[in-house]
Design a protein around this ligand. Structure first.
Ligand code: SF4
Ligand code: SF4
Length: 77
């Protein structure tokens, strides 16, 4: 899961520029401070390299790598 904290983001676009997999996109969504917030456009392409998280100067990016859901399969003899 990738989320951008709208209240912290300052619209610097570093995440857009440096994501190697082009996950973020420019958007016209503006936060309360008047900064344009990037859109997480291709979350499914993310490999959780953490580059965006490390480079964001406002600590606005939240990355949570979700575990694949395991199915409970009951085998009957
Ligand atoms: S790097 Fe951080 S502050 Fe800059 S646009 Fe991306 S989320 Fe916002
Ligand atoms: S964790 Fe890596 S691949 Fe995923 S959005 Fe951030 S920079 Fe892009």
């Amino acid at each position: 899961m990738i989320r951008i904290n709208d209240n912290l983001c300052k619209g610097c676009n570093i995440c857009i520029e440096f994501c190697p997999l082009n996950v973020f996109e420019f958007s016209d969504k503006m936060n309360r401070k008047g900064y344009y917030i990037p859109d997480v456009a291709r979350e499914e392409d993310c490999n959780y390299c953490s580059i965006c998280d490390l480079l964001c100067p406002e600590f606005a990016i939240i990355l949570i790598k979700e575990k694949k859901k395991e199915k409970n399969v009951i085998k009957r003899k």
